[in-house]
Design a protein around this ligand. Sequence first.
Ligand code: TXA
Ligand code: MG
Length: 333
Amino acid sequence: MTRLWKQEDGMREAAEALSAGEAVAFPTETVYGLGADATREEAVQKIFDAKGRPADNPLIVHIGEREELATIAADWTETAEKCMDAFWPGPLTIIVPSNGKAAKNVTAGLQTIGVRMPDHPTALKLLREVKLPIAAPSANSSGKPSPTSAEHVYQDLNGKIAGIVDGGRTGVGVESTVVDCTAEIPVILRPGGVTKEQLEEVFEEVRVDPALSDEEEKPKSPGMKYRHYAPEVPLLLVEGDDERFVEKLSFYQQEGKRVGVIASRELAEKLDHPRMAVCGSRTDLSEVAVELYGALRSYKQSDVDVILAETFEETEVGAAVMNRLKKAADRII
Ligand code: TXA
Ligand code: MG
């Protein structure tokens, strides 16, 4: 049975379950994570089993105090220090050399390890209570959109994990930015809550893994090679202006398809359509990030045959939004 804990009173039980080697879901500022003791292989295995996650996809380790980094990592660079100074606690994961103390299945055989300190009061409280490094990928079934509410976690993992700490909806809505800090120049392996623009305020040069824009390249972050975030029905991304979106919508409607739409307020106002998930304003992409996964999850096979989604500018957190939409999509039209 999966227990449901409300934040305050459930915290101790959640911490006890983690200490006992159970898998527990908890909120972070980005998405809900499914946590387990990163030093125990059999605890970490419960995460892979519950999610149905491929074993070659390493997990991010969460810590509540910076001193804890030395328990799982070694010889990290000045670049890593600068990232921690500027963005922790916050939605940025550093990739640093592992010291070999984390369980083997956390790093999936890599010499490096991903670590972050989340900026969420519940997550920090839990981590500081258990005083263990906690491995935690997003708390969804592998391949599905990440969970931004306890309800989403429940839909995917009820009966498969020890419990869920309910902390309401998450604030950022997309996952952390994964940054390779093993060399002097930081390299973004996965765009996320901390933007490239923000990193450029701290570093003279910031690189982006070429695999993010070129499908022929092999990604340095193993997770980026999998299909991800996919809704139950085919998702098509519509490029071009609002008029083109209107044309595409009527094309699929005329074909007799039940169409779901994911759109900004601005586009939604131009459409007279019964099934729309409205994702904030295109002038504030952070609103779109918050709503995105909930919108992808809102469409069921029983309601629609196809989803048409608007495309957004790839600046600021829009880079993460478009990265996720492209991974979730069947094709761009
Ligand atoms: O916001 C987040 O980061 C959330 C919350 C729960 O903290 N977690 C999350 O974890 O998104 P997950 O497992 O869904 O994504 C981890 C990503 C994957 O793309 C994985 O391949 C990459 O981080 N990663 C982990 N360790 C790595 C390493 N040593 N080298 C390169 N990429 C790594
Ligand atoms: Mg994930």
